[in-house]
Design a protein around this ligand. Structure first.
Ligand SMILES: [Zn+2]
Length: 137
């Protein structure tokens, strides 16, 4: 299978391996210490993870966020993206994974990328609130 995360065990970036998941350093990485938690089983959406996998991965997220906060940075973002419309590339793999990003006040990611995100925030309108709640309830 042409999935880099299904072959991740062949690489030497593994920090921890559990029954159902790997914890590895991301390569390429956004910031120093950019870590990925990847289920061993190839699934494309978190809804396909078993309860056991979900629980194990959540425990790893808690464990490694704690380690990052203790040893690398004062903050830590956790992200998971589902973009089935994007082809696999060096920066996008359609195999579920969670990013842990060490963060600090006014770090490089803030200075170079997130300054463009903040102006995108808008007040939630009554119409939008009611529409989305009705859809997602
Ligand atoms: Zn895979």
């Amino acid at each position: 299978m042409d999935c880099p995360f299904c072959n991740i065990y062949k690489e030497d970036r593994t920090i921890k391996e559990t029954e159902n998941a790997y914890v590895i350093l991301s390569n390429p990485r956004l910031v120093a210490g950019h870590t990925l938690i990847i289920p061993k089983r190839h699934v494309t959406s978190i809804s396909q993870l078993t309860k056991e996998e979900q629980s194990e991965i959540f425990d790893l997220l808690v464990e490694f966020q704690g380690k990052i906060l203790e040893k690398l940075s004062s903050g830590c973002d956790i992200r998971q993206n589902f973009k089935p419309y994007v082809k696999n590339s060096q920066t996008h793999v359609g195999h579920v994974h969670f990013h842990l990003l060490p963060r600090d006040f006014q770090d490089e990611l803030q200075e170079k990328a997130e300054k463009f995100k903040d102006p995108l925030y808008k007040d939630l309108s009554e119409e939008e609130k009611n529409k989305i709640i009705a859809l997602l309830k």
